[in-house]
Design a protein around this ligand. Structure first.
Ligand code: FCB
Length: 482
């Protein structure tokens, strides 16, 4: 009898060759330096400086000071063995004087920052993946209507072309938008995100103008950088019900339409889902969709980015008692779910993260397999997945076993999807650093690297070491720290 008979090694499961190992961040959440080198305000500067909008009155003024500390941060990434880093470009650094009519001059200092960041990443052997819009809309565009206005999509395309022209010789992948669901519905319907408007018709106009921005932006990127790969990142919902009635099934259909199909269908098939147009007919006639728009929206896509954190469980509300609203999307009297007043979101039993989001890794597998089934051949990348926990730094260490368990289970779900045939080519953990978590400010920690906001000292958590071990092995073993 050998020792391996008595102590079998934990089963390890390998990832496909070439699978990309990343982490993700977004400009306003990490950079700081909001008034440096010609940057002008975005809607998140305005929103975070408005009393009552963000927990603790936190702002992204300094955030992780990544604008000045990116070299140190890249050294940590290299240490972890990351093969890719997904970051976003702040639009107000690139075309700070944009107006609805004109893009204005390109800010050389803003371009230079990202150009240096890209060079340093490449020198460290880390491939940059660039998100062009992660929610920091120039305030001047919001003042003229924001995403409810078509001009915003047109100016976005020009900005996208500028960035692709400047970085496209070194950056292979450009992601046009991050989670347009949040931009449209949290920004313009529930108002828990910037610009904080609560106008359902404007939110649906924003949905279309974001889809249009993706299409126009994708074409602009390809013109400026013909070799570039173009992707779009969506936060898709794994929607299900525990109720058995027709009304419960209809609640699933409604939420699937508003969250998934209203983005997937125009982008991938060139049409809006008829049921969503009908469901929302009392709010808008969708006349902001002009003839020819859908051809502009449906551009070839090199990969679809999928962000997944938590399952979505719905049921029909029968009108008796208050409507359960545990959708995980913040607290507002105004619902992000337009024309869905009879759909409710029950509290789920079981484990949750510090965001209150319930944990169910099956959803990631189900989403990836669904996308593969409905759109065979479409390359898929998990562009965000991770968890907030109330981490504490003790004696220079953060023992975040709960985050490791979450990541282990979700990476397992990615492998399940791959084994079911889904072409998933990479995984970007949210997030590299603890950072400004939008309306929650600095109260929620998603990083695998702890940040002390008073000193800006970075401390890799146990999860960082664990992730480094997964990357080094290119395989998933047991959920223990290295
Ligand atoms: C996603 C956002 C990202 C981060 C995570 C927790 O919706 O894209 O910026 O806030 O949630």
């Amino acid at each position: 009898m050998t020792s391996s008979d008595t102590h079998p090694a934990p089963a390890t499961r390998a990832f496909p060759p070439g699978f990309a190992w990343g982490t993700a961040t977004a400009a306003y959440q990490v950079e700081g330096a909001v008034a440096e080198d010609g940057r002008t305000p975005s809607i998140w500067d305005t929103f975070s400086h408005t009393p009552g909008r963000v927990t603790g009155g936190d702002t992204g003024d300094v955030a992780d000071d990544h604008y000045h500390r990116f070299r140190e941060d890249i050294a940590i990434m290299k240490d972890l063995g990351l093969t890719s880093y997904r970051f976003s470009v702040a639009w107000p650094r690139i075309t700070p004087d944009v107006t609805p009519q004109t893009t204005g001059p390109v800010n050389a200092a803003g371009v230079a920052f990202y150009s240096t960041l890209v060079d340093e990443l490449l020198a460290a052997g880390i491939e940059p993946a660039v998100t062009l819009y992660h929610w920091d809309l120039p305030q001047a565009l919001e003042d003229a209507g924001g995403w409810a206005s078509r001009a915003t999509a047109e100016r976005f395309a020009e900005y996208a072309g500028v960035v692709a022209g400047a970085l496209g010789d070194r950056v292979r992948t450009f992601i046009t938008l991050n989670e347009p669901w949040c931009s449209a519905y949290l920004g313009y319907a529930s108002g828990v995100h910037a610009p904080g408007r609560t106008e359902p018709a404007a939110a649906l106009a924003a949905v279309h103008h974001l889809n249009l921005a993706h299409g126009l932006g994708a074409a602009a990127v390809r013109r400026a950088a013909p070799g570039a790969r173009v992707a779009l990142t969506l936060n898709l919902a794994w929607v299900r019900t525990e109720g058995g009635g027709d009304a419960d099934a209809d609640a699933v259909r409604r939420v699937d339409g508003l969250q998934n199909r209203v983005f997937l269908d125009p982008v991938l098939t060139g049409r809006y889902p008829a049921d969503v147009l009908a469901d929302t007919a009392s709010v808008t006639d969708w006349s902001f969709v002009r003839p020819g728009d859908l051809e502009l929206v449906q551009q070839p896509l090199d990969a679809l980015g999928v962000n997944y954190y938590s399952p979505t469980v719905v049921r029909a509300h029968d009108g008796s008692g208050p409507r359960a609203r545990a959708d995980g999307h913040g607290d507002s009297e105004h619902s992000p779910w337009i024309a869905a007043a009879d759909v409710e979101f029950p509290e789920l039993p079981g484990p949750r993260t510090d965001m209150g989001w319930s944990i169910d890794a099956r959803g990631l597998r189900e989403l990836l397999v669904r996308l593969h089934t409905e759109h065979p051949g479409l390359e898929l990348v998990v562009t965000e997945n991770g968890a907030a926990y109330p981490d504490v730094l003790v004696d220079g260490a953060v023992h975040d076993a709960d985050r490791i368990a979450y990541l282990h289970d979700h990476l397992g779900a990615v492998l399940d999807a791959v084994e079911a045939g889904a072409p998933v080519t990479g995984y970007y953990l949210w997030s590299f650093l603890d950072n400004f978590e939008w309306a929650y400010g600095f109260s929620k920690r998603f990083g695998v690297v702890h940040v002390d906001y008073a000193t800006q000292v970075r401390t890799p958590k146990d999860s960082a070491a664990w992730y480094a071990g997964v990357i080094a092995a290119h395989a998933l073993g047991a959920p223990q720290a290295r």
